[in-house]
Design a protein around this ligand. Structure first.
Ligand code: NAD
Length: 476
């Protein structure tokens, strides 16, 4: 059920001198050994990616799209096998892993279409002259994908790079390598030329430290924490290398007094616990109008407490363990800090079970502004539910963090929605739903949540450069 893990360099799978274990977070059992790339493996990957770029950037957009669509079809066919591997290594419930596999395929399908629509433009010019703007693939991409969505996170980056005509070296997450391995297999079987897509694992700092300064690497595409994203951005700037950064969020949810309280509360509690809260768009800071606060928080706490927690392989489980052990003490500390500063721990608040990295679905009420969790993204199944006196106060709270990735509002009042659109500082705002993005919508952050967009018609922009051509009919 779990694939053999290897590096993929220059169109061939290879082992490495050193390897590390991959652990099932629900059982703490070893499920595989992951090879770690050496510097010479990285140099081979770079050489392959340079050759891959030369070939792929000259391949027609339609041919590129055809290959990507063939790989996407294989991913759909292999949905069950991939989903089971993801649940084993990540812990999420199997039905959620199945959906993620399809979402990964959709990212490829959308970007394959965009490959054929990366239009330039013609600028009016004097007679005898033509100005034309061309979008061209930027070069070799060094990409780093995180562990929270083992399939859809690498899919976003590979799709953007390959649709644009770039080659890519992807360092996928060491905790959850199977999704990326399956994607690469699908592309291998779909006939992608050698060198266009290369997959490595190992020490993240060593790999980024070695690849980013290399001249052929023209884009660093990273999804992960703001701290690491800031470090990589600074490092890349030293080499004048572009970055696409999809970083942390700390999403606010503004719940207005006119909303359907019960439905909104149920929706909030269910969505908060999806993927055990390990989602950069996870709704976390709920600012609820004080007129409906008691009703809302009671329903929210009841639904959160009823979440079925367990091994993601078991039927009926709604929330699995955290994906890695270091998140358990991190969450415990955040909850204890809030409790010490006066927050009410209405349900949960601690690690649970004696095997696996499980953390209870947790709801904190009336959390004071000086609690760390009001500024730090928990990236776990912990919700803050606080009363607010007005929409003004809710918007001020929503914006009172350095992050601006996703934000949500629950209301049917046009004037409230209008103000949220204008004033909530996020890259993605959703009203009456806690879904944040689709392959066809641009996704990304403002403030410390990152730069650039993935998906939508904007999704290929970071992977391409703009070349203006001035063609004069006569020599001047
Ligand atoms: P972390 O900061 O140690 O690592 C985050 C990611 O960056 C990991 O995938 C890691 O492999 C990678 N990384 C770390 N150092 C790197 C380097 N020098 N070069 C290249 N890659 C590097 O945090 P963590 O404990 O893995 O995750 C916790 C935090 O990360 C969360 O609080 C959350 O904010 C963030 N995170 C965000 C997303 C997202 O979707 N935006 C996904 C995963 C993690």
């Amino acid at each position: 059920m779990y694939p053999e893990l290897k590096l993929f360099i220059a169109g061939a799978w290879r082992s490495a001198v050193s390897d590390i274990p991959v652990i099932n977070p629900a059982t703490e059992e070893e499920i595989g050994r992951l090879p770690c790339a050496s510097i010479s493996d990285l140099d081979d990957a770079l050489e392959a990616a340079v050759a891959g770029f030369r070939l792929w950037s000259r391949t027609s957009p339609r041919q590129r799209a055809d290959t990507i669509l063939r790989a996407a079809a294989l991913i759909r066919e292999r949905q069950e096998e991939i989903a089971q591997a993801i649940t084993l290594e990540h812990g999420k419930p199997l039905p959620q892993a199945r959906l993620e596999v399809i979402r990964g395929a959709e990212f490829f399908e959308w970007d394959a279409g965009e490959a054929m629509r990366a239009y330039g433009r013609v600028i009016p010019a004097a007679r005898g002259h033509k100005f034309s703007v061309h979008h061209q693939p930027i070069g070799v991409v060094a990409a780093f994908s995180p562990w929270n969505f083992p399939m859809s996170q690498p899919a976003r980056k590979i799709a953007g790079a390959l649709a644009s005509g770039c080659s890519i070296i992807l360092k996928a997450a060491e905790e959850t390598p199977a999704g990326a391995v399956h994607i690469v297999k699908a592309f291998e079987d779909a006939g992608l030329p050698a060198g266009v897509l290369n997959l490595v694992f190992g020490n993240p700092a060593e790999i980024s430290g070695h690849l980013i300064p290399q001249d052929p690497v023209r884009l660093v595409a990273f999804t992960g924490s703001t701290a690491v994203g800031r470090h990589l951005t600074t490092f890349a700037a030293g080499h004048m290398t572009s970055v696409l950064m999809e970083l942390g969020g700390h999403a606010p949810v503004i719940v207005c007094e006119d909303t359907d309280v019960q439905t909104a509360a149920q929706s909030g509690a269910v969505r908060k616990m999806r993927n055990a809260g390990q989602v950069c768009t996870s709704p976390t800071r709920f600012f609820v109008n004080e007129d409906i606060f008691d009703q809302y928080s009671e329903a929210f706490v009841a639904r959160a407490a009823a979440t079925v927690v367990g091994n993601g392989m078991d039927a009926g489980v709604e929330m699995g363990p955290l994906a890695n052990d270091r998140r358990v003490p991190a969450l415990t500390e955040l909850v204890e800090d809030a409790r010490a500063k006066g927050a009410i721990v209405a349900t949960g608040g601690a690690a649970s079970g004696n095997r696996g990295y499980f953390f209870e679905p947790t709801v904190l009420l009336n959390v004071p502004d000086n609690a760390r969790i009001m500024q730090e993204e928990p990236f776990g199944p912990v919700a803050v539910v606080n009363p607010v006196a007005s929409l003004d106060a809710a918007i001020a709270e929503a914006n009172a963090v350095p992050f601006g990735l996703a934000g949500y509002g629950f209301t049917n009042r046009a004037d409230y929605i209008d103000r949220m659109i204008d004033e909530v500082e996020v890259g993605n705002l959703s009203i009456n739903t806690l879904e944040a993005s689709m392959p066809e919508t641009p996704f990304g952050g403002v403030k410390s949540s990152g730069t650039g967009r993935e998906g939508g018609t904007e999704g290929l922009e970071n992977y391409m450069t703009v070349k203006n051509v001035w063609h004069a009919s006569e020599i001047s």
